[in-house]
Ligand binder design. Structure first.
Ligand SMILES: Cc1cc2nc3c(=O)[nH]c(=O)nc-3n(C[C@H](O)[C@H](O)[C@H](O)COP(=O)(O)O)c2cc1C
Length: 195
């Protein structure tokens, strides 16, 4: 798959099929993540794959979904695996949050190539997750990425004035993006250029 195709087709997925994700695919996604850029090449990130059914089910309880909507996926729609991104402060990282974001995008783009859907999560109940997965107090829980086979259609909306995403009556999830002409400046930033 072309990188441009993966970028265009990646959308956050919030309804998943009841189908396990092969462990080797999850490991390969972590391999993509480890190759992401890292400030001063400190590489402060570690990753936890969670695909054991009891654990992923429990982890689902500590995730929150589509904050802009009054809606959450049901238990049967949950991701069937997660990759957690941890930060190791012992390596004295300089750009750890950016590193985590870049690693996460490698995972999400790699997932498209494997016909997997993904959705980022900043877990709010980190201490519960720490306990559930036995994560050392010496590691910071940065991001979780829910993964699974999509059970929803997601459509990119271009040219919409509104940036709120929405489900339509057929269950299609629409994601508006700001148009390039509203956000691009060339060489010099010009006031008034952005609407
Ligand atoms: C740092 C970060 C945290 C996010 N956390 C959540 C989350 O907790 N729950 C969720 O459903 N989506 C979450 N998202 C996904 C965004 O809602 C999504 O990226 C946005 O609506 C644009 O849709 P797209 O990913 O399909 O382009 C998060 C995205 C980012 C970048």
């Amino acid at each position: 798959m072309e990188v441009s195709e993966a970028i265009r087709n990646r959308r956050s997925v919030r309804k998943f099929k009841d189908k396990r994700v092969p462990r080797e695919d999850l490991v390969e996604l972590v391999d993509y993540a480890r190759l992401a850029p890292s400030g001063m090449n400190k590489q402060p990130l570690e990753f936890v794959i969670v695909d054991e059914p009891e654990l992923e089910r429990e982890l689902f309880a500590y995730t929150s979904w589509a904050g802009a909507l009054d809606w959450n996926p049901g238990m049967e729609e949950r991701p069937r695996a997660y990759i957690l991104i941890l930060i190791n402060p012992e390596v004295k990282p300089v750009t750890e949050k950016r590193d985590a974001g870049l690693a996460a995008e490698n995972i999400c783009l790699g997932a498209v190539d494997k016909e997997l859907g993904s959705c980022l999560q900043i877990p709010s109940e980190k201490e519960e997750i720490r306990k559930l997965l036995g994560v050392s107090n010496d590691r910071v829980i940065s991001l979780a990425i829910g993964l699974g086979y999509p059970d929803q259609e997601t459509r990119l909306e271009e040219g919409s004035d509104n940036i709120d995403y929405w489900f339509d009556d057929e269950g299609v999830f629409h994601v508006p993006k700001r148009p390039v002409e509203d956000i691009l400046h060339v060489n010099k930033w010009q006031a008034g250029e952005v609407n």
